[in-house]
Design a protein around this ligand. Structure first.
Ligand SMILES: Cc1cc2nc3c(=O)[nH]c(=O)nc-3n(C[C@H](O)[C@H](O)[C@H](O)COP(=O)(O)OP(=O)(O)OC[C@H]3O[C@@H](n4cnc5c(N)ncnc54)[C@H](O)[C@@H]3O)c2cc1C
Length: 238
């Protein structure tokens, strides 16, 4: 969907940016595919990527922006897709399967989306501290855990009908480093602080800056659109 949505745009994939220099006559962007110059740049990487400092900004980002990024680290919601042989355990398509866990906090639990669009998939979702732990343990551990939870509900039928499973690696993917930006308790102003315009020709946008639509694709899109309008106005191209 994203590829089709941007089909008319000149996009270069597999070109991770390593440096953005705003000190010359134009902004200089260094990437694995070479360097380019631009009148302005909109940076839409996650707060996880910004905090990891894999992109070197010259001059550095202001302290207030860095503080906001630090107070809005990436939260995690990871998915454990499990493929079954067509047996649906009496569960309907596109519903949530949840169950009571002995300890609510910290919970070692997942909930499931059942048979999305009637596919033979049950998708476990794990988040928070336990999600990070399972991500570090790897896909086999995550699939084992999710199957174990289903066994508690459905017994040996789970193994009779299970085919294979997998686990998303958003937690440790260096291009994302989590799922979406989450303000630390007490720092609800972080999104607004990070959205403050920077001096110069570097602009930040994306999900973290999407206000009440943060944490969504639509919010990310609207944030980019709004900032693109700011850039056009600043360049006198609006
Ligand atoms: C489990 C889960 C379920 C979700 N469900 C929904 C849902 O139902 N509906 C919804 O609207 N949203 C959902 N979301 C949220 C949605 O995926 C995000 O809000 C959205 O992807 C954020 O978009 P973004 O463009 O801000 O950031 P990203 O999608 O993170 O895009 C940033 C891009 O920058 C690239 N990048 C990173 N580093 C560099 C670099 N150095 N150089 C160049 N490029 C770089 C990355 O590869 C990436 O493509 C879900 C997220 C998760 C994890």
């Amino acid at each position: 969907m994203v590829a089709r949505f941007g089909a008319d745009l000149p996009v270069t994939l597999n070109a991770p940016v390593t440096a953005i220099d705003d000190t010359g006559p134009s902004v200089r962007i260094e990437s694995a595919a070479g360097s380019i110059s631009a009148k302005a740049v909109i940076v839409t990487v996650s707060t996880g990527v910004l905090a990891a400092e894999t992109i070197r900004f010259t001059p550095g980002l202001p302290d207030a922006t860095l503080g906001a990024i630090g107070n809005m680290p990436m939260g995690l919601l990871a998915k454990v897709p499990l493929l079954f042989d067509g047996y649906h355990f009496g569960l309907k398509s596109n519903e949530w399967l949840a169950y009571k866990v002995p300890e609510e906090m910290p919970a070692q639990a997942c909930y499931f989306l059942t048979w999305p669009f009637n596919m033979d998939l049950m998708v476990g979702l794990v988040g928070g501290k336990f999600g990070w732990e399972l991500s570090a343990a790897g896909p086999d551990a995550a699939v084992d855990f999710a199957l174990g939870e289903l066994r508690k509900i459905f017994g040996e039928k789970v193994d009779q009908h299970f085919i294979k499973g997998d686990f998303t690696n958003w937690a440790y993917d260096p291009l994302v480093r989590g799922s979406y930006a989450s303000e630390r308790p007490g720092f609800h102003g972080a999104r607004a602080a990070m959205a403050e315009p920077l001096d110069g020709r570097v602009y930040l946008a994306g999900e973290a800056l999407a206000g009440k639509y943060s944490v969504t694709c639509g919010g990310a899109y609207m944030s980019g659109e709004r900032v693109a309008g700011d850039v056009m106005a600043a360049l006198g191209a609006g």
